[in-house]
Design a protein around this ligand. Structure first.
Ligand code: GUN
Ligand code: FE
Length: 450
């Protein structure tokens, strides 16, 4: 069915400050949004849509843009919820590198990645920006899974050339060669949805020469580039000791040509004002990962200050430093962390509408995908979820009921209910006509985050 009209509550962000939520209609032709309007406007031009299939949403349902996960580590999913008793650098050595090193096994990689992609789609994540592992072939399996299940994805082969105790790294020339081969292989898939992203792990695992080489590769193929920055104080100390010519962590990346408008950096917990201004000026985006920052005791990221300083911000789950694979949880954790900062006397906390923005349009901007997705606008691709705020078996099924309210209040009620207490059971799945996603739901009513 290539011509559809949705009728009901339609919600998407216009900007950080402006949520556009109303009862009306939205038409889709061949996957592209072709008109949006009020019910009255629809009634006045019914003839125009006589060949369209009409989808009438129920009163507690609404249409919203697909969620965007700007930072997650697909190979780390088997470790989700495990080994969070160590700070970042120890956690990497003890739990993360040993797991990631197993992805030389293609069968293992393909099995895990198939599950990861389906799980994220069930959680409403229609777009994900992935870190893979060091292994070219394994990462190609991740790209294939995303293509198979029609998830929009940026998929990165992780690059590392600094020695560690289990030999999980490559020498510089091998790494640069494999990165180029990996990019070429993904491009050969000719997928509109799935693209390669250059992925130097971070300045602890990559030396200057490798990072310079990778930034050149990103330029050559016009690829996005992603890494981690200023996540943890010990990490920052280590980086500044390793690169004594640099006064800040950001400077280390900047001198390699990594900080461009195609760059997305995870965490940015401890950026100075100058670094924030540098990010804003260069167009570098931040993936804010509140769950991981708390679980690994990395710190409280001042997300409002980043935004106020002009930095583009999206949300990331950062599994398995983060303990939850859903952006719904990332929204809540982002609100919590910024509330804690407000309570400590810092900037005003972000509210639920701003969290909704970060999870959708903010993420799309951070990944340079906002011409295509992030909100509902004519000409954008239709990438959406139908949410039922009171779905059968959902978390608000048996103890919370819709309250009597006028239309405007009802809209705000169902949105807030989903944002604060909803889970995957509230997302109407599978729904091939709504998103492109074809993930099939296993275990209806799981309510789990994984
Ligand atoms: N810094 C470098 N690698 C990682 C990783 O895998 N997870 C997190 N949270 N931080 C990192
Ligand atoms: Fe990460």
């Amino acid at each position: 069915m290539s011509q559809l009209v949705f009728v009901g509550v339609i919600a998407s962000a216009r900007s950080l400050k402006e949520l556009n939520a109303f009862t009306g209609y939205l038409s889709v032709e061949s996957g592209v949004i072709t008109s949006i309007g009020t019910k009255e406007e629809l009634d006045n031009q019914k003839n125009k849509f006589k060949d369209f299939k009409f989808i009438q949403l129920k009163s507690n349902q609404f249409l919203m843009p697909g969620l965007i996960d700007c930072h997650t580590h697909a190979p780390q999913f088997p470790n989700i919820g495990l080994g969070l008793d160590r700070p970042l650098l120890e956690w990497l050595d003890k739990y993360t590198f040993p797991l990631e090193s197993q992805y030389s096994n293609i069968d293992f990689a393909s099995r895990v990645y198939d599950t990861v992609v389906q799980r994220l789609l069930i959680n409403g994540t229609t777009t994900a920006c992935y870190f893979g592992s060091l292994h070219k072939e394994g990462c190609l399996e991740l790209a294939k899974s995303a293509i198979k299940y029609k998830q929009r994805a940026l998929v990165g082969k992780v690059s590392m050339n600094v020695e560690n105790n289990i030999g999980y790294y490559n020498d510089t020339q091998t790494e640069l060669m494999q990165t180029e081969e990996y990019i070429q292989s993904v491009l050969e898939f000719k997928s509109e949805l799935v693209h390669p992203i250059v992925t130097p792990r971070f300045a602890v695992s990559c030396d200057h020469e490798l990072m310079c080489g990778l930034s050149k590769i990103a330029q050559k193929y016009n690829c996005r580039i992603q890494s981690h920055v200023s996540e943890n104080t010990k990490e920052i100390e280590h980086v500044l000791k390793t690169f004594p010519e640099c006064t800040t962590y950001s400077h280390v990346y900047d001198q390699c040509g990594i900080l461009t408008k195609k760059c997305i950096m995870a965490h940015a917990v401890y950026l100075s004002k100058k670094e924030m201004e540098l990010f804003a000026c260069k167009g570098v985006s931040v993936a804010h990962c509140p769950a991981s920052n708390t679980r690994l005791r990395s710190g409280l990221c001042p997300v409002k200050r980043l935004i106020d300083n002009g930095v583009t911000v999206g949300l990331g789950t950062d599994v398995s430093g983060g303990d939850s694979a859903t952006i719904l949880d990332a929204m809540r954790r982002a609100m919590d962390v910024s509330t804690h900062l407000e309570l400590l006397g810092h900037e005003e906390a972000i509210n639920w509408k701003e969290a909704f923005y970060l999870a959708t349009l903010g993420g799309a901007k951070a990944l340079n995908l906002d011409e295509k997705i992030g909100n509902f606008a004519i000409g954008k691709e239709f990438d959406a979820l139908v949410v039922d705020a009171y779905s059968k078996n959902g978390p608000t099924d048996d103890y919370v009921y819709p309250l009597p309210a006028d239309d405007e209040e009802h809209i705000l009620n169902i949105l807030q209910r989903f944002l604060y207490v909803g889970d995957d059971r509230n997302i109407v799945q599978p729904c091939e006509v709504l998103t492109r996603a074809v993930a099939s739901r296993t275990g209806v009513g799981s309510g789990g985050h994984f």
